[in-house]
Design a protein around this ligand. Sequence first.
Ligand code: SF4
Length: 329
Amino acid sequence: MKPFAYARASGPAEATAQAADNAIFIAGGTNLLDLMKLEVMVPDKLVDINRLDMADIISTDEGGLRIGALVTNSDCAADQRVRNDYPVLARAILAGASGQLRNKATTGGNLCQRTRCYYFYDTAMPCNKRNPGSGCQAMNGFNRIHAILGASDTCIATYPGDMAVAMTALDAQVEIENASGEVRNVPIKDFHLLPGDHPEKDNILDAGDLITAVILPRPVEGNQIYRKVRDRASYAFALCSMAALVKMDGDIIAKVALAFGGLAHKPWRDQAVEALLTGQQPSATLFGKAADQLLAEAKGHGSNDFKIPLTRRVLISVLREATTTGAAA
Ligand code: SF4
């Protein structure tokens, strides 16, 4: 591991002021420390934010929740309000990592975790995300876990998390404070980026930007499901995951929000699919059309070709369950 400076901040202003070029905030460090040991990330300085007052979940005036950036994944998933009103989020969090990691990992850090592309972690291999302009070893290599949607010629990595997939379906907002003390709220669907020509940039954060909270809107009525397909039953990243919020009005789909993990460089939301489903009566034909729409631009790269039919099956299966009154899995 390369030597680095360490500083501890006691407030957001102190933290953002210290975050100059090549300084990184550390909270749980569950992904960052691995990346530093492998010298995939080599920050000059770590700014420890664990003493900041950001570890509470507060009910908002709008009827939602404000989840502080330092709330651990375990505490978020165990919160009674999250379990009752946002079960899709509790289930997504519990589908991720292991109990030990969830005890340490934080809400803000989880959003910033980096891809698990094998070649990104191997400094002997070309990787445009780690070393811009060096090439992409995954493109013609082993790419079982890689993207089928929204990829580019420079990178086909996937965003690995579960929590953000549920938050995307829930239309959460990410609260960010910059070094000037300005606070802005960004819809989570706009927080992570597609790789384009700059796969080195995972999200919209600029140097000194600090995630302070995630804000959930008022709970929505209806069925909430999180489904994760992976190579083993626990402690594995999603090959395909899906968060679904579906409100039925009799036998008509009144409202639907869907988000997918394991398919793209960011949690994937396709509002054309939601529009196609809204106001319709559930049927195998309708669900097939929804899958056609979702996967119209899907592209495999060899080892991950199986994700296209897999995603079709996941979508149809989850929709079938979510449009059944009382579903909650
Ligand atoms: Fe690097 Fe992205 Fe290619 Fe993986 S897919 S090797 S992260 S450029």
